[in-house]
Ligand binder design. Sequence first.
Ligand SMILES: Cc1cc2nc3c(=O)[nH]c(=O)nc-3n(C[C@H](O)[C@H](O)[C@H](O)COP(=O)(O)OP(=O)(O)OC[C@H]3O[C@@H](n4cnc5c(N)ncnc54)[C@H](O)[C@@H]3O)c2cc1C
Length: 247
Amino acid sequence: MTSWIDGTVVENIHWHQNLFTLKIDADIPLFSAGQFISLALDIDGERVARPYSLLSSPAQTPLEFFFYVASDGVLSNALVNLKSGDKVFLKDQAQGFFILDEIPSSRDLWMIGTGTGIAPYFSILGTEEVWQKYKNVVLVEGVRTSMDLPYQDLIEAISQEYLERFVFQAFVSREDFPDAIKGRIPASLEDGSLEQKVGLRLSPADSQIMLCGNPEMVKDCVGILKSRGFEKNLRRKPGQITTENYW
Ligand SMILES: Cc1cc2nc3c(=O)[nH]c(=O)nc-3n(C[C@H](O)[C@H](O)[C@H](O)COP(=O)(O)OP(=O)(O)OC[C@H]3O[C@@H](n4cnc5c(N)ncnc54)[C@H](O)[C@@H]3O)c2cc1C
């Protein structure tokens, strides 16, 4: 039997028509950075729940989530209309293994995501653990247009704090944007242009890679990385590739 915790919306930030952030006050048990939790609303007499990655770090309040409004999506089209003071339900426990405890140590950690798939990385980047465990952290975000790149202030703050230990690289597929690579992440892994731009070489000995978001991007990247000698990270057999598919 699922038990639910009441949450209260503190703020709804509309980045644009299809992208928004909810800040939610809710007393959930401690979670690990990188985990997700089910959010739910009662819609037409039915409780509709979906999993969402926590963008906020475990020590942070209020909780923060980053959403895409899926076309004809039942829950995301309801969540986008929430206002400060509105109620939302949260499952009583966050879940998931997309967390640093499951990822071996290495020199570099590459966090690669599409769109809202960048959310768990911000949660992890806000912990001390990631900076103790890895020398360099590379955050890669793939989007369609530059409008899909909010959180630049947060990225800038991390850059200021960790200097050359942190690199952010955007991919914008549908327009030219300063410092972004125009195109798709898998193609850039294949031709080496991501490594060239970032200034770090991917190698099974020195790199751990997290992939999150669009399952097609995840699958394509896994295929390319495997052809370069990387392996999926499994509990029974540690490797270098850890994945989270959003659908
Ligand atoms: C572990 C996990 C964590 C997730 N975390 C997030 C998150 O932090 N933010 C978030 O927006 N979604 C996240 N999702 C997706 C989320 O659970 C819902 O699927 C999404 O909000 C759509 O729900 P819906 O009821 O509106 O649409 P549905 O009717 O369930 O439609 C689902 C369809 O919408 C599309 N879709 C779903 N999610 C996305 C997305 N994020 N970006 C682009 N297209 C999408 C896909 O085509 C999918 O088939 C996560 C999913 C999983 C499994």
